[in-house]
Design a protein around this ligand. Structure first.
Ligand code: DGL
Length: 304
């Protein structure tokens, strides 16, 4: 089979996607990756479904212009709120984290806690996916609005971070969870802190590991693997300040990467938005309605 040496596009709002990139570099060393961090618009987790969908389309349009052979949402918030809609809109496969993470979680346990951004938690995407795969699983999702600013602000080792994490995790420990899903790609960066609190009796699931395995299967199935000789080092792009991303990401990459800035075209006038996007955002509006049902409930139990 002829190899396909075009890059895989991988994106997140910021440095969270590096936890996915780490798995890609381990399991798919022949593939070349184009990494995009939407740092000018993070955090995604407190955005509306319509905003997230628009940002995802900007990124995928840009990736399409760069000739990616596949796009991987290294962002749970995008996967939860936009994947079902955009996967039909592009001429290349688009993969996300929710199903691979949900499948791995219900293989491990039956009382599952999910820590995620407020947008992901209130979408109920993880609960829904786990319920589809394993109806007897009990799932509780907790929105953790402070975690992404902590990671992006380089405050992981501050004493206050431990206190914040305890606050988010205690309701899940009270439910006696046996499994905890990192439902945001930024959170494995906090794994030391989380482990201190949950101990060894809870199995932690990083969906990045399972998304990477799903990517291998997809590349197999579609015959899209690259030739080893064609590998190029990961190229990094951000919408915000390249130097800031380079500095922070060097903690996990072990070197300071070269980073380029991407500027998206400004959004069209409001009147134009209404005409152009009306049919396409319908599913997002449905999801917004579903979110309202969860609005006042920090703990979302799939069984309730
Ligand atoms: N890391 C992303 C996620 O997995 C987005 C976090 C954010 O920007 O709020 O959800």
């Amino acid at each position: 089979m002829t190899p396909n040496n075009q890059p895989i596009g991988l994106f997140d709002s910021g440095v969270g996607g590096l936890t996915v990139l780490r798995e890609f570099e381990r399991i798919l060393p022949d593939e070349s990756v184009l990494y995009f961090g939407d740092t000018a618009r993070l955090p995604y987790g407190t955005r509306t479904p319509e905003e997230i969908l628009a940002f995802v389309r900007d990124i995928l349009d840009w990736m399409a212009a760069r000739n990616v052979k596949m796009a991987v949402m290294a962002c749970n918030t995008s996967s939860a709120l936009a994947l079902d809609i955009v996967r039909r809109e592009y001429g290349f496969p688009v993969l996300g984290l929710i199903f691979p993470g949900a499948r791995a979680a219900v293989k491990t346990g039956r009382r599952v806690g999910v820590i995620a951004t407020p947008a992901t938690a209130s979408s109920g995407a993880y609960s829904q996916a786990m319920r589809e795969i394993c109806p007897e699983a009990q799932v509780w999702e907790v929105g953790c609005p402070d975690f992404v600013p902590i990671v992006e602000g380089d405050r992981i080792h501050d004493p206050a971070t431990l206190a914040t994490a305890r606050e988010y995790l205690q309701p899940l420990l009270d439910r006696q969870i046996d499994t905890l899903v990192y439902g945001c790609t930024h959170y494995p960066h906090l794994s030391e802190v989380v482990r201190t609190i949950v101990g060894d009796r809870v199995t932690c699931i990083d969906p990045a590991v399972h998304l990477t395995r799903a990517t291998v299967r997809e590349l197999d199935l579609l015959g899209l693997h690259a030739a080893p000789s064609a590998h190029r080092p990961t190229q990094f792009f951000v919408s915000g300040k390249p130097s800031q991303f380079a500095e922070l990401s060097s903690r996990w990459l072990g070197h300071r990467p070269g980073v380029e800035r991407v500027r998206f075209a400004p959004p069209p006038e409001v009147a134009e938005v209404a005409t152009v996007t009306e049919p396409a955002i319908e599913p997002a509006i449905e999801r917004a309605d579903r979110n309202d049902a969860y609005a006042d409930r920090p703990l979302v139990n799939a069984d309730e």
